[in-house]
Write a protein that binds this ligand. Structure first.
Ligand code: SAM
Length: 237
C-alpha cells in the first residue's frame, strides 16, 4: 500500500516508524510519504488566511493543498480529509481501506479549511465526537488500524479476525501464564483442552460483553441460531 500524507507537521508521524506499522514499512508492504504543503504555498509560504464573512481563527488555503495534491500525481487514490464533521471511523471502514492500493490523507489545522478543498476528497472522516488541534493524530489512528489489516502485515491473519468489532462483537476475555496469579485463577474451561466448549465459552463471553457494554452493536448483528439462543439466556440472567 502507498500512503501520502499532506501535513504541516511531518515530524508528528514518528510513531509510525515503530511496531507493526514500522515493520510493514521495512518489509516493503507499505510506503509512506509526507508532504509538508507549506513548501508549496505561494504568498510567502502562507498556508492560512482569514475567513470570508469574518469570524474567529484562520483557515487553510486551497492553493497549497491543490498544488501538493497535483504534484503527488496519484492515479486512483482514496483521498481522506480528516474532519470532525465527517463519517465516524470504525473497524468496517478500516477493513475497506486496507484493500486499497493508494491512500491520501489531508490533515487540517487551525479553525478548518477552505471548503473548495473538499472537491479533491473522496471521504471525510472523523475519529470521534471531539475536536483535535489538527488531523495528524486522527490520520495516525486510522493508518495504524488499517495497516494491521493488510494481508501478511500481522503474522497470523487469524489474530485480528477475533478482534473486537471484526466479528461484529467485542472480544472475549483472555488469559496467559501463570494459571494462578495472586489467587486469580484462569477459568476451568480454558484449561480443559475441550475445543468445542472453549469456542462456546468464548462466544458466550463475547455476546455477554457486547450486550452489557455496547448493546448498539447488536442492533444490526446477524445472529446465528446458536448466538440468538445464548443471548436470550444471557438476557434472562
Ligand atoms: C481545530 S480542528 C477544526 C475544527 C473545526 N472548526 C470544526 O468545528 O469542525 C483542526 C483540524 O483538526 C482535525 N480534526 C479535529 N478533530 C478531529 C476529529 N475528531 N477527527 C478527525 N480530524 C479532526 C481536522 O483536520 C480539523 O480541520
Amino acid at each position: 500500500m502507498k500512503i501520502d500524507i499532506l501535513t504541516l507537521f511531518p515530524d508528528m508521524f514518528a510513531p509510525l516508524e515503530h511496531s507493526i506499522v514500522g515493520k510493514a514499512k521495512e518489509r516493503g508492504l507499505l510506503e509512506i510519504t509526507y508532504h509538508n504543503f507549506r513548501e508549496n504555498a505561494e504568498k510567502a509560504r502562507h498556508v492560512d488566511d482569514e475567513p470570508y464573512g469574518g469570524g474567529q481563527g484562520m483557515l487553510l488555503r486551497a492553493q497549497p493543498i491543490f498544488d501538493t495534491y497535483d504534484k503527488i500525481g496519484a492515479k486512483n487514490p482514496r483521498v481522506i480529509l480528516l474532519d470532525p464533521a465527517g463519517r465516524t471511523f470504525d473497524q468496517a471502514y478500516a477493513e475497506e481501506l486496507s484493500q486499497e492500493e493508494e491512500l491520501i490523507f489531508i490533515c487540517g489545522h487551525y479553525e478548518g479549511y477552505d471548503e473548495r478543498i473538499k472537491t479533491l476528497v473522496t471521504d471525510e472522516i472523523s475519529i470521534g465526537d471531539f475536536v483535535l488541534t489538527g488531523g495528524e493524530l486522527a490520520a495516525m489512528t486510522m493508518i495504524d488500524a488499517t495497516v494491521r489489516l493488510i494481508p501478511d502485515v500481522i503474522g497470523k491473519e487469524a489474530s485480528h479476525q477475533d478482534d473486537s468489532f471484526s466479528s461484529g462483537l467485542l472480544e472475549y476475555p483472555q488469559y496467559t501464564r501463570p494459571y494462578d496469579f495472586r489467587g486469580m485463577k484462569v477459568p476451568d474451561v480454558l484449561m480443559s483442552g475441550h475445543h468445542k466448549n472453549i469456542r462456546r465459552w468464548r462466544l458466550e463471553e463475547s455476546l455477554r460483553k457486547t450486550y452489557l457494554r455496547r448493546p448498539d452493536l447488536l442492533e444490526n448483528y446477524a445472529f446465528t441460531k446458536e448466538e440468538a439462543e445464548i443471548l436470550e439466556r444471557i438476557k434472562a440472567e
